[in-house]
Design a protein around this ligand. Structure first.
Ligand SMILES: Nc1ncnc2c1ncn2[C@@H]1O[C@H](COP(=O)(O)OP(=O)(O)OP(=O)(O)O)[C@@H](O)[C@H]1O
Ligand SMILES: [Mg+2]
Length: 102
């Protein structure tokens, strides 16, 4: 599976959020793993998307493209790893300075 990124230009992209630092990812997948039963689908995905950045995920059928997007909508839970949106973990909460499953 491959992720293609369109570079962000100097102008803020449509949809970019004004007070979000342009270099800080809006969406960040960190070491994301996902299996369905015996089928290991995502084996440690790292993907960082800046505000307004456009990406395309391409790959063979069954390679996990839809699973990646479903995780962002909280329709699938990763087995391990952290997904952050605007710096906030989707599936975790911070307890005593550590991220634990939410
Ligand atoms: N809810 C589920 N239960 C069991 N297996 C699943 C589930 N969702 C996805 N899978 C399996 O995970 C793998 C990845 O599926 P996914 O739908 O993410 O692939 P895809 O890259 O989007 O494929 P396509 O190009 O056909 O849309 C496949 O082997 C699929 O059968
Ligand atoms: Mg799909």
């Amino acid at each position: 599976m491959t992720v293609l990124k369109k570079a962000v230009g100097d102008d803020p992209a449509p949809g970019a959020i004004q007070d979000h630092p342009p270099e800080r990812p809006m969406v960040s997948y960190q070491a994301i793993r996902k299996s369905f039963g015996e089928t290991e689908v995502l084996k440690g995905i790292d993907l960082h998307i800046k505000p307004g950045e456009k990406i395309t995920i391409i790959g063979p059928s069954g390679s996990g493209k839809t699973t990646i997007i479903r995780m962002l909508m909280t329709l699938e839970e990763p087995i391990s790893g952290v997904i952050e949106v605007d710096g906030e973990p989707l599936w975790h909460k911070e307890v005593n300075g550590r991220l634990v499953p939410g």
